[in-house]
Design a protein around this ligand. Structure first.
Ligand code: DGT
Ligand code: CA
Ligand code: CA
Length: 594
């Protein structure tokens, strides 16, 4: 069954082809919007279609024509119109579109003028100085193209996004469970540790039935492309989705030890094994042994306890100090989805969202949230129908009225204001001062050098009204490299200015990433986990952001939108951030003087 990512990819590619062909912009946008919604949809479209195709009607942003295509794809594995479109163009043109700063217009230009129809040919032409002669191009654009091609090559990997791996795994587990005799079935490896991408999937099973039959059942999965290995207790296959899956059948008395071993990480395991050695014990995938006698193995908690450790959540098993803390019983209580009390970044129909403020609010309330920040785009983002001062004031008035009539959920007035190339903001301070939660973000000029880009973001952070920086590095996993920035400096500035940094929970972004989040947390920067939803369904992507926060050791204290509304209001209530910063500085001087 197709994953949502696959369907979204087809719609995006359709939009690309249509754009190269010069189709009207509304048609192109319909495909792009649908792709974005599908990508952030928590439930698989193929499951919805299998249950009742009419349910597609309830998904915003996907029109009837696209419903038929989704159904066609789920039922036949292809979309005829897409195949026809695709065969009308040289295949390399679509790869060329993945080169940053190389949109459909430029692809068309180099194809028509120079016959360039692949990334390799583009690279050759740029390095031979043949691009500069084209209208609108120059020597500088050639250098930019060459850098973007290098970035494109480094981004090519076989790893899958965690969210995509989850859909593939869910289907496989549902299939596996259809056979009798399986007692336990659990994923291990990097998937269980919730890394942002997954190299291969690892599944562990205990069974009371016929092992051989279960292994055969595993390999007979219709989605299997190739069987790599098949033994008595293990098998490895590659699926049509181009991901390897390893299955191991283990004895019940070893299940906990095997889960521990195959969850990894390798570095964590190596450190754990040497700890066992120090204690004159032996740790393996079969159990914990003392004088050849098994003292733990069936249950993972006991495996850790027998080594004198508290059980360690899989997300932090990376040998970054977690073993020491487990020894001292001082592991952090990691943030979980249940702790989340609101979402601080989403869009409505005022800009490019597909739902109205009341619709977004109702969806957030249904999730049990206490609050929701509406943060539409600002005016320079014209493609997103961004708000100017006047339209923002209208939105503020609408929220005021909504608040009075809907005491069940508190709507925070926000904006996702564009940071201009010089670090100034796209809206004036006067209108920003009327908001509860202005967040700043970059949507243009990604190619600046590190010093300029860092300064640009820091200037926005220093604006007294800005409370958060959204998707601070701009990366799209596997698609777009992060901008060059000095994250350490940005973290210091955020701390000094009491500005939050966002973990954007979109499975394609996860921005900031876990390493930056780790540093921000250590520095005491408030962190928001935001879905950046453009439709109500996307609120459910919060859990991907939670994965990042957990891997960065965050607790509910560290996460702004895990705070109660009261605490949040208190933090926001430092209404004039500048005044507060000055007050703090004054206090510090007083302290130093006396
Ligand atoms: P991946 O698949 O690249 O995203 O990452 P993992 O962590 O899932 O790695 P994988 O599938 O190669 O192996 C699964 C786990 O098995 C790994 O996290 C730890 C354990 N493991 C694999 N090879 C070794 C090894 O050489 N030594 C130790 N101690 N553990 C290993
Ligand atoms: Ca793995
Ligand atoms: Ca593996």
């Amino acid at each position: 069954m197709p994953t949502n990512s696959e369907i979204a990819k087809i719609f995006n590619e359709t939009a690309d082809i249509l754009e190269i062909q010069g189709a009207i912009i509304f048609r192109v946008r319909a495909y792009r919007n649908a792709a974005r919604v599908i990508d952030n949809l928590p439930e698989k479209l193929s499951d919805i279609v299998a249950r009742n195709p009419d349910e597609l009607n309830s998904i915003k942003s996907i029109g009837k024509a696209l419903h038929d295509k989704i159904i066609e794809f789920c039922q036949t594995g292809k979309i005829k119109e897409f195949d026809d479109l695709k065969s009308s163009l040289p295949p390399g043109l679509l790869d060329m579109l993945k080169i940053q700063s190389f949109g459909p217009k430029r692809v068309k230009l180099v194809y028509n003028k120079l016959g360039i129809d692949s990334v390799d040919k583009l690279e050759k032409a740029a390095s031979e100085g043949k691009i500069r002669a084209l209208p609108g191009m120059g020597e500088k654009s050639e250098l930019k193209i060459l850098k973007s091609i290098r970035d494109f090559r480094t981004l090519q990997t076989d790893r899958k996004l965690w969210a995509e791996a989850e859909q593939i795994l869910d289907d496989y587990l549902n299939y596996l469970k259809k056979i009798d005799g399986i007692d336990k079935i659990e994923p291990a490896g990097s998937f269980r540790r919730r890394r942002e991408t997954v190299g291969d999937l690892d599944i562990l099973i205990t069974c009371s039935g016929d092992t051989e039959k279960i292994i055969r059942h595993f390999a007979e999965y219709p989605e299997v492309l190739e069987i790599l290995a098949q033994g008595e207790t293990k098998s490895s296959v590659v699926l049509k989705d181009k991901i390897q899956v390893d299955l191991r059948v283990v004895k019940p008395e070893s299940f906990g030890a095997a889960m521990q071993y195959f969850t990894g990480s390798k570095e964590h395991n190596v450190a754990l094994r040497s700890l066992a050695k120090e204690k004159n014990m032996k740790l393996s995938e079969y159990g914990v042994f003392q004088n050849e006698k098994s003292i733990a193995g069936e249950n993972e908690v006991n495996v850790y306890n027998s080594l004198g450790l508290d059980w360690i959540p899989p997300e932090i098993r990376e040998n970054r100090g977690e073993i020491e803390m487990a020894k001292n019983h001082s592991l952090p209580k990691l943030i979980s989805l249940e702790n989340i009390k609101g979402d601080m970044h989403c869009h409505s129909t005022h800009s490019d969202g597909s739902a109205t403020i009341p619709e977004m609010a109702a969806a957030a309330k249904k999730l049990g949230y206490e609050y929701l920040a509406i943060t539409d785009h600002s005016k320079s983002l014209t493609v997103a129908h961004g708000l100017d001062e006047k339209r923002l004031l209208e939105e503020i008035t609408e929220i005021d009225i909504f608040r009075e009539q809907n005491p069940g959920i508190y709507i925070l007035k926000g904006i996702e204001v564009d940071i201009m190339a010089d670090g100034s903001l796209d809206l004036d301070d006067e209108v920003l001062s009327k908001l509860d939660f202005p967040i700043a973000a970059i949507h243009s000029r990604f190619g600046m050098n590190s010093d300029e880009m860092t300064e640009r973001i820091i200037r926005a952070i220093k604006n007294p009204y800005i409370r958060c920086v959204a998707h601070p590095t701009g990366r799209l996993i596997g698609e777009r490299v992060p901008y060059e920035i000095d994250i350490a400096k940005i973290i210091i500035a955020a701390k000094e200015n009491n500005t939050a940094i966002e973990i954007n929970a979109s499975p394609h972004r996860l921005d900031m990433n876990e390493n930056f989040t780790y540093k921000a947390r250590e520095a005491g920067v408030p962190i928001c986990i935001n879905t950046d939803s453009h439709s109500p369904e996307s609120f459910l992507t919060m859990r991907y952001g939670i994965n990042v926060a957990r891997r960065a050791w965050c607790t509910a204290e560290n996460i702004v939108n895990a705070w109660s509304l009261e605490k949040l209001k208190k933090w926001l209530g430092q209404e004039n951030k500048q005044e507060n910063i000055e007050k703090q500085a004054e206090e510090q001087i007083q302290e130093e003087l006396f």
